[in-house]
Structures are given as C-alpha cells and as structure tokens.
Design a protein around this ligand. Sequence first.
Ligand code: NDP
Length: 241
Amino acid sequence: MARVALVTGGTRGIGAAIAVMLKGAGYRVAANYGGNDEAANAFEARTGIPVHKFDVGDFAAVKAGVATVEAELGPIEVLVNNAGITHDGMLHKMGEDAWHAVIRTNLDSVFNLTRAVIEGMRARGFGRIVSISSINGQKGQMGQANYSAAKAGVIGFTKAVALENAGKGITANVIAPGYVGTDMVRAVPEEVMKAKILPQIPVGRLAEPDEVARCVLFLVADEAGFVTGSTLTANGGQYMV
Ligand code: NDP
C-alpha cells in the first residue's frame, strides 16, 4: 500500500513541487494551505492532489485537519513541514506582531503538526518527518531576527525529535534551502537580483523548487532509515556549515 504524505503549505512554491514529486513517486499525498483558496483550487484541479485548508499555527485546527486527512487517506506516515512566512524588519523596528506571526507559522507549526502525527507513527513503528528550514536559520540574516530564530528553532526541535524516536522507525530531518525561485523571490527586482543576490551564490543561479523536492524524496524513502537528525543544505554553495 502506498504511503500517505501530508505537505503543509503544499499548494504553492516549494511545497507544491514537493507534493507533486511525492505523488509522482507513488505516495498518496494531501496538501495543506492557509488562505489562498484560488491558488489551492487551481493546484488541486491541475494535480489531482486533495487540498486541506487549516492554519498550521493553530494547535486545535491542526489536530482537526490531520484527523480529516487521515480519515480520507489513512494514517500519515510522511510529514513535510513546509508552510512558512516572512515578516521582515530590523529588530530595533520590529513589533511584537511580526515576531509572533513568524514564530507561530514557522516554528509553532512544526510542533503542532509533528505532535499530531507522532503518536500514530510510534505505534505503527514507521515515520518520516522532514521540515523546511532555511539558510537564514543557519547563518542569520539582516532584517530577519524572527525568521532566523524560527528556522534555527526547527533544527533544534528536529534533533530532539530524532533522538526520541530513533528506536521507533521514525526519522526527523531538516532541509535548509538557499534562495529558491518561488513567486516571493522572483518578485525581487531584477537589478537587485543581479547586483546583490546572485553574486552570493557560487552556483550562479536560484534553486528550482524541484531541487528542494528531490531532497525531500531522498529523506522520506523507506531506505533512508539511517539518516536522522540531519540538516541537508541545498544552497548552491552559498553557506557551508
Ligand atoms: P510560498 O509563499 O510560495 O508558499 C507558502 C505556502 O505556505 C502556501 O501554500 C501557503 O498557503 C502556506 N501557508 C502560509 N501560511 C500558512 C498557515 N498559517 N497555515 C497553512 N499554510 C500556510 O513559500 P515558499 O515556497 O517560498 O517557501 C516554502 C518554505 O520554504 C517556507 O517554510 C520558507 O520559509 C522556506 N524557504 C523558502 C526559500 C525561498 O527562497 N523561497 C528559501 C529557504 C526556505 P496559502 O497559499 O494559502 O497562503
């Protein structure tokens, strides 16, 4: 029986690439999203992947959303924590709202989702959890104290979860992408991209969303059971940990 995978933020950008690649590899996939119904409906129509709207930052909503996915597809064996937002600003100008919104959507979400699936994974003796962090959680970034903190938090969380569940057939890993050519990054003005961003990337270009999806596919495989607690960087050589 094909394994069931849930991808949060799976209707756009990197998450959509992950959902489509997992489906292509034979997984039964559900894609979560937060608010953009139009993009989600278009994604579902294009891919045949069912979409589920719930706020990943809301513990109760996540519990209910996971229950709905499991009622439709069966127990979730692969969880991809991908949903994320930015709300940038220098710390000395950052309001409490910007801090909490980013921590909630990028870090609380990883607890909420993982907590909702971990007992079932432990009971069944199998699970694959992959969380999408960022190069900026590893090296820090001007204007992103909130985002860098959340993304670094995902790495620490994952190491603890990997240790707690290593004896239960469950792996937990992180992918830390550099700049990926999603809508958000492609909206950067071309002159800024050419003058400021591309010169920082030794490979000389942005990543394609599929290049992050390939990392996920590797980590969630049944055969990847010895890889746990790791952070896989995919940043074109921009930052080497
Ligand atoms: P996009 O903005 O293209 O897509 C974000 C997805 O997350 C959408 O499906 C969105 O749903 C969903 N989402 C946002 N907030 C919530 C919420 N509260 N509840 C449920 N779903 C939500 O993002 P990217 O593809 O660019 O990024 C994906 C991940 O990769 C993020 O974690 C990001 O931090 C990380 N990353 C991205 C990089 C890049 O260069 N793009 C680099 C490094 C890391 P909706 O459509 O409804 O808004």
